[in-house]
Ligand binder design. Structure first.
Ligand code: DAH
Length: 348
C-alpha cells in the first residue's frame, strides 16, 4: 500500500466509524463498535502490523497517520460512552425523583415539663451559691429515711409520712431528707457540706394539692459557722428568685424531728396579695417550705461532732412551686402524662 491508499483507507474507516456510532444505543452495541474499530481485526491494528513493510522514509508519516486514526476513533468511542452514561444517569434520576411538593413528616418538638423547669431553676440557683447536687435512691432504707433523721421506730412523726413499705427495712423514701444521711456518711464527720438533692418522694396523701408521689429538693449545709441568719437569707433569696422581688416572705416556728429550731416559710398570697382570700384560707400567706438548724442528734447520729459543727437544712416541694408559678390546679397533672397539658408550657 502506498501512502495515498493508506490515506484513502483511513478516511473511509473514519467515515464508517462516524456512521456506525450513530447506530450505537446501548453498552452492548458500543462494545461491538470497539471490537470492530479498535480491536485485533480493526483497520488500525492491521495498519500497525503492516508498519514493518512501509519503506523507512515514510515510516514516520504513516506511523503518525495511524496513531491519529486510533486517537480519533477512541475520541468517538469515548464521546459515545459518556453520552450513554449520561442517559443512564438521567433515567435513574427520573426513577428516583422526589416530589418536593409533598408534605413532609412533621416532628413535634417537645417542651420542658413544668416540674423539671422548676428543678432546673432551683438547681441552677443553688449551684450559683456554690452548692453541689447530691443523689440518692427512691427505694431507701428505713435507717436513712427515718432513724438517721432522728425519727426512731416509735416516733409519732412517722405517722405523718406513713410510708410505702417494701420490707421492714426498705421503704419508698418519704422525703429527700434521707439523702442527708447518705451525704454525711460519705463525709465521715468532716465538713463542710453544702448540697441540694432534687428527687421524687412517696407518701400516703391524696387531694388536689397532695399526691402519693411528688418531688422535693432537700438542702443541707454543715460547717463550723453556718448560722440561722444564713438560713433565713438563703431562703429569702430563693423565694424571691422563684416568685419575684415583690412577694413578701414570712417565717413561722414549726416542728421537724431533724431540725431544732424548725421553721416554715410562707410567701404572700398570689390571689389577694396578703389581704386574705379563699385561696390562702384567709391567712394572706401560702406555705411553701420547711427548714431549720440541723438537730444536734442528727449531727451525732451521722458521725459529726455537734460541738464543732452546726448547719441548716431545708426541704421544698417541687410540684407545689410549679403549681403556684404556672397556676396549675391539680398536682396529678404532673404525672398523668397528658401531652395537651404539658404542651401548654414553654411554647416556642
Ligand atoms: N422532710 C420534710 C418533709 O418531707 C421537709 C423538710 C423540712 C426538710 C424541714 C428539711 C427541713 O430539711 O429542715 O416534709
Amino acid at each position: 500500500m502506498d501512502i495515498k491508499e493508506i490515506q484513502l483507507a483511513i478516511d473511509n474507516e473514519l467515515k464508517v466509524c462516524r456512521e456506525d456510532i450513530l447506530n450505537v444505543a446501548d453498552q452492548s452495541s458500543l462494545n461491538d463498535f470497539k471490537g470492530l474499530h479498535l480491536g485485533k481485526k480493526s483497520l488500525c491494528s492491521s495498519l500497525f502490523s503492516k508498519m514493518r513493510d512501509v519503506p523507512s522514509e515514510s515510516k514516520q508519516l504513516v506511523g503518525k497517520m495511524v496513531v491519529d486514526l486510533r486517537q480519533k476513533i477512541t475520541d468517538i468511542f469515548n464521546a459515545k460512552e459518556n453520552e450513554l452514561k449520561q442517559v443512564a444517569l438521567e433515567k435513574q434520576l427520573q426513577k428516583d425523583k422526589v416530589d418536593i411538593s409533598l408534605p413532609g413528616y412533621s416532628h413535634k418538638l417537645g417542651s420542658k415539663h413544668p416540674f423539671y423547669a422548676v428543678v432546673d431553676d432551683i438547681t441552677d440557683f443553688f449551684i450559683g451559691l456554690g452548692y453541689e447536687v447530691a443523689d440518692g435512691p427512691e427505694v431507701e432504707t428505713d435507717y436513712n429515711n427515718f432513724e438517721m433523721m432522728n425519727i426512731p421506730k416509735d416516733h409519732p412523726s412517722r405517722d405523718m409520712q406513713d410510708s410505702f413499705s417494701i420490707t421492714d427495712e426498705l421503704v419508698l423514701r418519704s422525703h429527700t431528707s434521707a439523702v442527708q444521711a447518705r451525704v454525711m456518711a460519705k463525709c465521715k464527720g468532716v465538713g463542710p457540706i453544702k448540697i441540694i438533692c432534687p428527687g421524687k418522694v412517696y407518701r400516703r396523701d391524696n387531694d388536689a394539692t397532695h399526691s402519693h408521689q411528688f418531688g422535693q429538693i432537700e438542702g443541707l449545709v454543715i460547717s463550723e459557722s453556718a448560722t440561722f441568719a444564713n438560713l433565713l437569707e438563703t431562703l429569702t433569696l430563693l423565694l424571691k428568685h422563684l416568685f419575684g422581688e415583690k412577694r413578701k416572705v414570712r417565717f413561722r416556728p414549726s416542728y421537724f424531728p431533724f431540725t431544732e429550731p424548725s421553721i416554715e416559710a410562707d410567701i404572700s398570697c398570689f390571689e389577694c396579695g396578703g389581704k386574705g382570700c379563699k385561696f390562702c384560707k384567709n391567712t394572706g400567706y401560702i406555705e411553701i417550705l420547711g427548714a431549720g438548724m440541723v438537730h444536734p442528734n442528727v449531727l451525732r447520729l451521722n458521725g459529726f461532732d455537734d460541738t464543732k459543727y452546726q448547719g441548716f437544712a431545708f426541704g421544698i416541694g417541687i410540684d407545689r412551686v410549679a403549681m403556684l408559678k404556672y397556676n396549675i390546679d391539680d398536682i396529678k397533672r404532673f404525672y398523668t402524662n397528658d401531652v395537651r397539658f404539658i404542651s401548654e408550657f414553654f411554647k416556642e
